[in-house]
Design a protein around this ligand. Structure first.
Ligand code: 6U4
Ligand code: NA
Ligand code: NA
Length: 158
């Protein structure tokens, strides 16, 4: 049995670009990723997604403007915790991406995603996101660099 912890991950889109953040500390340090974190007790998953986006990039977004685009589950060899990550996107937001204690935000062209400096799973599921397909992926890691096995499927609805 796994102890599930729910996380959010949000991707802001504008024209043919996507906003990523370079994580400055903690889990996923020095990797480019979407913005997100743990869901707290007193909030919904979408409220957490909006809060983490604001805390990490200074952008503001409404829960009603979020699209639920994917679901990712991560397990790690020898660890009974499952990271259950709810993935969102939005092209409606306010503010200017600004560096915070946790992240350095930067716009990337969608055909120039820095996969070499991202979680190894990202290159496997980003194509679904970039093609507008809903996805469900499960990844089992050994350490934080090696995927031992995985499955990804396209979903009809979330
Ligand atoms: P604190 O303790 O406040 O720094 P918090 O911000 O709540 O933590 P954090 O940053 O540890 O949580 O959350 C991890 C973030 O990384 C979430 O947005 C989910 C995302 N994430 C985790 N594993 C990932 C993976 N393999 N691939 C990926 N994103 C991942 O693309
Ligand atoms: Na975070
Ligand atoms: Na956070």
């Amino acid at each position: 049995m796994f102890l599930k912890k729910i996380f959010t991950l949000i991707f802001i889109r504008q024209d043919n670009q996507i906003l990523l953040g370079l994580k400055k500390r903690g889990f996923g340090q020095n990797k480019w990723n979407g913005f997100g974190g743990k869901v707290e007790l007193n909030e919904s998953v979408m409220e957490a997604a909006v809060r983490e986006l604001r805390e990490e990039s200074c952008l503001m977004c409404k829960t009603t403007d979020l699209k639920n685009i994917g679901h990712l589950e991560f397990t790690f060899e020898g660890d009974s915790t499952m990271m259950d990550v709810r993935v969102f996107s939005s092209s409606i937001f306010e503010g200017t991406p600004t560096e915070t204690e946790e992240m350095i935000p930067k716009w990337f062209d969608c055909d120039k995603i820095p996969f070499h400096a991202m979680w190894p799973d990202d290159s496997l599921w980003f194509p679904y996101m970039l093609q507008g397909k809903l996805f469900y992926g499960r990844f089992h890691y050994q350490g934080f660099d090696k995927i031992l096995n995985y499955t990804i499927e396209e979903l009809e609805s979330m």
